[in-house]
Design a binder for this molecule. Sequence first.
Ligand code: BF8
Length: 651
Amino acid sequence: MDKDKNKISYDQLSDDKAVREIMEKMAASEIQTVFDRAQAMKCCPIGSGISGICCKNCAMGPCRVREDKTGLCGATMATIAARNLARHIAAGAAAHSDHGRDLAHLLGLVAEGKAPGLEIKDEFKLLKFAKNLDIEIDNRDVKEIAKEASDKALSIFGQQLGEVDLIKMAPLKRQEVWRKNNVVPRGVDREIVEIMHRTHIGVDQEAEHILDQAIRCAIGDGWGGSMIATEITDILFNTPRAVNAKTNLGMLREDEVNLVIHGHEPTLSQIIVELSSDKELLDYAKSKGAKGINIVGICCTANEILMRQGVAPIGNFLSQEIAVMTGAIELMVVDIQCIMQALGKLVKNFHTTLVTTSPKCKIEGSVHMEFKDDNGPELAREIIKMAIDNFPKRKGKVHIPDVTSDLVAGFSHEYIKYMLGGKFRESFRPLNDAIIDGRIQGAVAVVGCNNARQCHDKYHNFLTRELIKRDYLVVLTGCAAISTAKCGLMEPEALKYAGEGLRSICEAVGIPPILHMGSCVDNSRILTVLSEVVQEGGLGEDISELPVAGIAPEWMSEKALSIGTYVAASGIYTVFSGEPIPVESSEEVKKIMTEVWQKKYGGQLEYIADIEELLDKVIKVIQEKRKALKIDTKKERVLLDMEARRTLKDV
Ligand code: BF8
């Protein structure tokens, strides 16, 4: 970790001062992290699509294609770029959707009483979900409805023909756009499989046609797999409402057993959190010299449990190794996705035990303790005991940075609606009105990962600050949300950074200018909010008319590519920064994803390297939407204010 050797300062590596403090403390050690590995190994320029493209889809290659050259089979740069991107999107959609499938299966088990420790927590949400699946709900037992909803949701994954039911949650006009372009997903899995087939050697070779299938697959993620994951998580673990919490490494406790939950699936972690206040376990912890059991989280499992129980997220993707290096973590329990393989080796330097629990994920250097349908409470108890047993084994002095921030999370679309309209008249009307009169210029989703090729958290934080300053409401999920929370932008005082218009609305309805909407599968919540905003009226008839945009400034995962694609397919201007989308060297593919998609879908996905240029473009796009809606205001707002003042005077 000796950054002086190559003159990269800690400030250039992370925007998080707790992370920088640990880097500095560990500078002399031999322990390597992702930050070191990123410096030691540069990106392959062909693989990243900056100066050519690489096709590995058959054994005549890998073919490295530049400009007007083709692969051995004749595949052009555009075909290869489109095929590679489509495969990434298929992988991202598969990850989200498989997560949704497991929750759909779990809902059925809970309904049948076969999942100890779990129950249906939000019956109202279950009924709404069942209605969206055309399930009869009148005079029926809740468990019976839940079982049918589980069966129906599971069938959506394997459905072969027709349409994925949940697309009808989108505005009618949006559904028509998809039908016209023949991209309504027939079944979640079917579209993923079809990408794998079409991108096999010698099948689909027209870039635009390949990318239409990528769009269909991504819609199956956002409006299918991810939507199912979010809905059922709310049904089983409760629909989030505002919750106060704290974040960052300072939430580790020197005198308590620290157990970190990490990954994406909340099920076992939820049981662990509930059991952590069990008297027998607390007594056991005390018998080992610890004052208590402290459960904290990393990545999206943390977001899921934060949203419902206020458990502290101590870091995002790039913080996972750094957290272990505090020497204060007794045990890290992981489920699926975004778990660095390097953790298995890293924990050997400390007293930390890494525990894998998913039948889908094993890591060398970890202990595998499989979570099965019926062993939740028993397994959670065993894991907590294991963490307690590690407490007396701490090696040397722990170093916990004294860095924390307060935050408010829990902004499900139901809760936002409730805050805007009040208990008896829940409504998005006040938001629509504020956008129409220009106090809120628009809304921007800042989402996605960290990437070790960029300064950790810097761009999420920069964009969020700049946007609220200019009266744009910011909604966040995933690592982006943890990033802004860590830098204090979700503290109640952050309201002072918001522009005058946005601030006035936030003060009036009691919401912050930056809304934490959950994990990455919860980007589906953003789609639901936008559909309801359209339905509320006054801002056009489709999502594509709304003054909104999506940004993933530090993206790195294939899931982010699937999200970016379904957001664009939903009619939203979407932009990535940091590392290029791996189609950068194909002008033809870039044109398809911008100009052609704009015409066909009313949204697009592009890459802009310069973060200030990106900000300007987002604002320009939103202002153009305002103009098209004839609400290009600030000026109008001033007139309205003058009018209001005159009226008051007259009175
Ligand atoms: O799913 S934001 S690094 S943790 S992929 Fe992963 Fe990216 Fe984080 Fe959540 Ni989403």
